[in-house]
Design a protein around this ligand. Structure first.
Ligand code: NAD
Length: 485
């Protein structure tokens, strides 16, 4: 049986206690690996290695050499593209067709883009008059924050983990990564890449384990200077509380309940194509995905009919079937959670336009964690599946009459991560974008990402922005130097 180990101080190791937990293929429920469970010993060892590396070869390294290494990491990831593809799709169940175009290339791009950011970052300078008639010059400089822990989720494991490890290393920090317990493998593979390209020991560490055990030990460790977390809002709240002890910095990318607003003057083909993607891509397990669709009344029936036809055409299938559009959910626990939302929707009076249960799968797929793409109408804005993040392949479609009304509906959520607006009227697009409480607004598109732009959520969707030079706010300490002339 394949083992997934920790990567600490440049070495792949089992847990000192010898404990492992099981990792399953979501498409078949077959055991694929045994994963080492990190406890106090491993967390302490990783923190010690990471702290030591800050003052060693890594800490002394010239910026240009560090940037060159970031490029080498990305190039080595490209060379091992197929290994990453295989590992990521087995852990998550997602089809090659998604991982090949999104997860794996973005994993490598995250190192290049932050290497480029570091090359072009400018410092501020202010000349001032002093009280005794002389002059002084102030300039700002950035230094690494120190030992940073990256705690990442399972939906886009490599992409979201490197989105944090890339800037952390480009800025000269050292990291301790704890991936989700259900998607451990690509984090470990990245250890092989780090080793191959000569990243000094202790700079990139991985402690595998469960959130309730390993995650807790990491967040409670006072020698970790800052934590960057992507995951559920309730977990983010706990982590933020932990970080208050020792006044340690925290960056939170959390849940969403994202609205799509479809105006009657939209290009219907575009709206259907993009909403099919935003509601069902990655089986709805995308933080930026749409779960609330608001459609202007004159085109409501037509839109619902067309969205149903489009979602019906999605082919559920196994990872390496290149024609698969949708895989299973990531775990049995998550499948059960999503199905319980499907039941609640019906109990609260939903009209099930499509799906609502589990599909019939055959052969070794019948034990996988499959659910049907699902569309509801007819619920009130207070219904559970209209309020809470389901994180499955589903959406509720609601009619609206006026621009003012739909903005209120869109903003009536504890979350504020992303939204989409479909209209061919440019004035309206700008006007609505300006009034929606979400960190990202896409007009006539979805998931179009320029990695230099600020990424993050409002309200319960998070704190802080990452991306391009915005990431420097979290991954560096800014210091002012004042020189009296
Ligand atoms: P999760 O919060 O359950 O777990 C995320 C990570 O935190 C995992 O590594 C987990 O082991 C760890 N963890 C859990 N409890 C912990 C604790 N008490 N202390 C420390 N670590 C702990 O989230 P998930 O189910 O893996 O991911 C899905 C969620 O992530 C959804 O809510 C989704 O919206 C959100 N998400 C947000 C973004 C974003 O950019 N805003 C991106 C992707 C996913």
């Amino acid at each position: 049986m394949k083992k997934v180990q920790h990567y600490i101080n440049g070495q792949f190791v089992d847990s000192q206690c010898g404990e492992f937990f099981d990792n399953y293929n979501p498409a078949t429920n077959e055991l694929i690996s045994k994963v080492a469970l990190g406890r106090e010993y491993e967390v302490n060892a990783a923190v010690e290695a990471a702290r030591k590396a800050l003052t060693g070869e890594w800490g002394q390294m010239k910026l240009n050499d560090r940037i060159a290494l970031m490029y080498e990491i990305a190039n080595e990831m490209d060379k091992r593209f197929d290994d990453f593809l295989e590992a990521e799709t087995l852990d998550t169940g997602k089809p090659y067709s998604i991982a090949r175009h999104i997860d794996i290339p973005r994993g490598a791009a995250n190192f290049k883009v932050f290497a480029d950011t570091m090359k072009s970052v400018a410092d501020e300078a202010y000349r001032m008059d002093t009280p005794d008639g002389k002059t002084a010059m102030n300039y700002s400089m950035r230094q690494p924050k120190g030992v940073i822990s990256v705690i990442s989720p399972w939906n886009l494991p490599l992409l979201l983990m490197t989105w944090k490890v890339g800037p952390a290393l480009a800025c000269g920090n050292t990291v301790i990564v704890k991936p989700s317990q259900v998607t451990p493998t690509t984090t470990s593979l990245l250890g092989e890449v780090m080793s191959k390209v000569g990243i000094p020991d202790g700079v990139y560490n991985v402690v595998q384990g469960k959130g309730s055990i390993t995650g807790n030990l990491i967040t409670a460790h006072k020698d970790i200077d800052a934590i960057t977390f992507t995951g559920e809002t309730v977990t983010g709240e706990k982590i933020m509380k932990e970080c208050s002890v020792g006044v340690r910095d925290v960056s939170l990318e959390l849940g969403g309940k994202n609205p799509a607003i479809i105006f009657e003057d939209c290009d219907m083909d575009k709206a259907i194509t993009e909403t099919t993607r935003s509601a069902f891509a990655n089986s709805g397990q995308v933080c930026l995905g749409t779960e609330r669709v608001y459609v202007q009344r004159p085109i409501f029936d037509k839109f619902v009919k067309r969205l149903k036809e489009s979602a019906q055409n999605l082919k559920l299938g196994v990872q390496n079937d290149e024609s698969s559009d949708m895989g299973p959910l990531v775990s049995a626990a998550h499948r059960d959670k999503v199905l319980s939302y499907y039941e609640t929707a019906v109990a609260e009076g939903a009209n099930v336009v499509l799906g609502g249960g589990t599909p019939t799968m055959t052969g070794n797929l019948k034990d996988g964690y499959w659910v049907e793409p699902t569309i509801w109408t007819g619920l009130s804005e207070d219904a559970t599946v209209v309020k809470e993040e389901v994180f499955g392949p589903c959406c509720h479609v609601q009619p609206f009459d006026t621009e003012e009304e739909v903005i209120k509906m869109a903003n009536n959520s504890p979350y504020g991560l992303a939204s989409t607006v479909f209209t061919e009227n440019l004035d309206k697009a700008h006007r609505v974008a300006g009034q929606i409480d979400s960190g990202i607004v896409w007009i006539n598109s979805w998931f179009l990402r320029d990695l230099r732009t600020p990424f993050g959520g409002m309200k319960g969707s998070g704190i802080g922005r990452e991306g391009g030079h915005h990431s420097l706010e979290f991954y560096t300490e800014l210091k002012n130097v004042c020189i009296k002339m």
